[in-house]
Design a protein around this ligand. Structure first.
Ligand SMILES: *[C@@H]1O[C@H](CO)[C@@H](O)[C@H](O)[C@H]1NC(C)=O
Ligand SMILES: *[C@@H]1O[C@H](CO)[C@@H](O)[C@H](O)[C@H]1NC(C)=O
Ligand SMILES: *[C@@H]1O[C@H](CO)[C@@H](O)[C@H](O)[C@H]1NC(C)=O
Length: 472
């Protein structure tokens, strides 16, 4: 099937179509509650508005005329709406005709039960993943622990600041598989290396936050895909048995099965690898903790459903057959090429990614966690990321929250020159390769005062109030 269809619910509550609303040819303010928009993905994305009442099964408009009052929404009850303030999109961004859409598979009630407050909000504390490339080749010696005792940045102090001053309650702690096994392609963990990583985990747990153990290997080990030519699922499961055994009694540890799988040829085989990890984690005694299930395409929130990750990962279950605690892991950046490498942001991702995903999750009774997002310390990123966060909070029934990328051993560009240079020449050189990192969220310390980057201060920090801000 070349087209997948997702219906989406925008806004909360149940306001119906006003009889005289000039709906035709105009995009509705996403804060109002008039319609579903359906989002069709094909060779190029396109948007088709769908004007169904919230309590009716989703149907699709063949063209905009069906959105006119008296057709699809004829029986709606009149109630004043805020459509006067709607933002209109250029008509050119909307195809004039829609492709015939398959029947939606979701008939569940789509009413949001969001609280408006995200349960998990955090920052990535990077460093143990350094030396990892996106083909899953990492070196244990490339890892740079973000802890003073290992000549890194003060990740411990950063986390305490983020919790105490900013209101964060989650940290993601990426680590390379090769570091954990000291470069062996095996599932046997090197306890010397794990003890170093555990220093960071314990520093995180000591703040009272939730701590995501993230194996940062892109579904691979040294270029070879797990379960599809690379390490077997058994080897991958053994790695997770070791990690889950270590943290079986830590209720605030969250297991991030794998960072950013991409170009994985068979998504169903990948789901089996994820299943192997989940089974291993549960059987190691970590029976209640959250486990994050990653899809293909760099864990893209935007293509999680359309590229088949959602359907495949829906089949992953706990040993008792339930899906309790199994949360989909999704990433999304806001720059022009969605790479998270540019300082300017161009989108809040709501229409393209978060709204359709929220609807799909609600339809399927599942939740997702946006464990990587971020941008430069620029006005455009502050604008769009704050909007993204507000939307996620409005859909907190299906989104746990977000984790910014990244602090730890990254220096943001605006503070690069202020960073103290510590220790040996080799560390100085290594530092210089990561200072000036455009997405750096590392705060700077002066005495006992920490100063956040502008993006952290304005949007990412829960205390910024971004969750209750506008979405457009
Ligand atoms: C564990 O890793 C350390 C390096 O951190 C290494 O010296 C040691 O030999 C490794 N142990 C085993 C059993 O491989
Ligand atoms: C991956 O996601 C991006 C958007 O996030 C999209 O443009 C691209 O087509 C996707 N690739 C695949 C293979 O799905
Ligand atoms: C996902 O995207 C890739 C690359 O475009 C494509 O080959 C594959 O068929 C897609 N899978 C599904 C299930 O849509």
């Amino acid at each position: 099937m070349s087209f997948l269809t997702i219906s989406l619910l925008l806004g909360l509550g149940a306001v119906a179509v006003q009889a005289q609303s000039p709906l035709y040819g105009q995009w509705l303010d996403r804060r109002d509650n008039l319609c579903f928009w359906s989002y069709l993905r094909g060779f190029q994305p396109m948007y088709v508005r769908n004007c169904c009442k919230l309590d009716q099964p989703v149907t699709f408009c063949a063209d905009y005329s069906q959105c006119l009052p008296g057709v699809a929404s004829s029986s709606s009850t009149a109630k004043p709406t805020s459509t006067a303030s709607s933002t209109s999109k250029p008509a050119t961004s909307v195809p004039a005709t829609s492709t015939s859409a398959p029947s939606p598979t979701c008939s569940a009630s789509l009413t949001s039960r969001a609280t408006g407050k995200l349960s998990h909000v955090g920052i990535n504390i990077a460093g143990f993943d350094f030396g990892c490339n996106s083909d899953g080749s990492c070196t244990a010696s490339g890892a740079w622990p973000p802890l003073l005792k290992y000549y890194g940045h003060d990740g411990e102090g950063q986390m305490q600041h983020f919790v105490n001053d900013d209101g964060f309650n989650t940290f993601r702690l990426p680590v390379g598989w090769q570091f954990l096994t000291n470069d062996a392609m095996s599932g046997t963990i090197n306890q010397t290396n794990l003890a170093k990583y555990d220093d960071l985990v314990q520093a995180c747990l000591a703040t009272g936050a939730s701590c995501i153990v993230d194996v940062h290997n892109y579904a691979r080990f040294n270029g070879q895909i797990i379960g599809q030519g690379g390490p077997s699922n058994d080897v991958f499961a053994q790695l997770w048995t070791g990690l889950a055994t270590k943290y079986a009694s830590e209720s605030k540890v969250i297991f991030g099965v794998m960072n950013e799988p991409h170009d994985v040829p068979d998504i169903n085989l990948w789901a089996q690898s994820v299943q192997a990890a989940v089974t291993a984690i549960r059987k190691a005694g970590a029976t209640t903790q959250l486990i994050l299930l990653p899809g293909n395409n760099w864990t893209s929130a935007q293509t999680f459903v359309s590229n088949g990750s959602g359907a495949a990962l829906m089949k992953v279950v706990n040993p008792d057959g339930s899906t309790t605690g199994l949360i989909f892991d999704v990433h999304k950046y806001l720059d022009s090429d969605n790479s998270g490498t540019n300082s300017e942001c161009v989108t809040n991702n709501i229409e393209e990614a978060w709204a359709p995903l929220a609807n799909w999750l609600r339809c399927n009774g599942r939740q997702a966690f946006n464990t990587e997002t971020g941008g430069g310390n620029t006005a455009s990123c502050i604008q769009y990321l704050c909007q993204q966060i507000a939307f996620q909070a409005q859909n907190s029934d299906v989104f746990l929250g977000y984790v910014g990328w990244a602090a730890g051993n990254f220096d943001p560009s605006e503070f690069a020159l202020l960073s103290p240079i510590k220790c040996s020449l080799s560390l100085t050189v290594r530092r210089s390769t990561v200072s000036g990192y455009v997405l750096g969220e590392t705060p700077t310390q002066s005495g006992s005062t920490w100063t956040d980057t502008s993006l952290v201060k304005s949007c990412l920090a829960p205390n910024s109030g971004s969750q209750s801000g506008p979405t457009s």
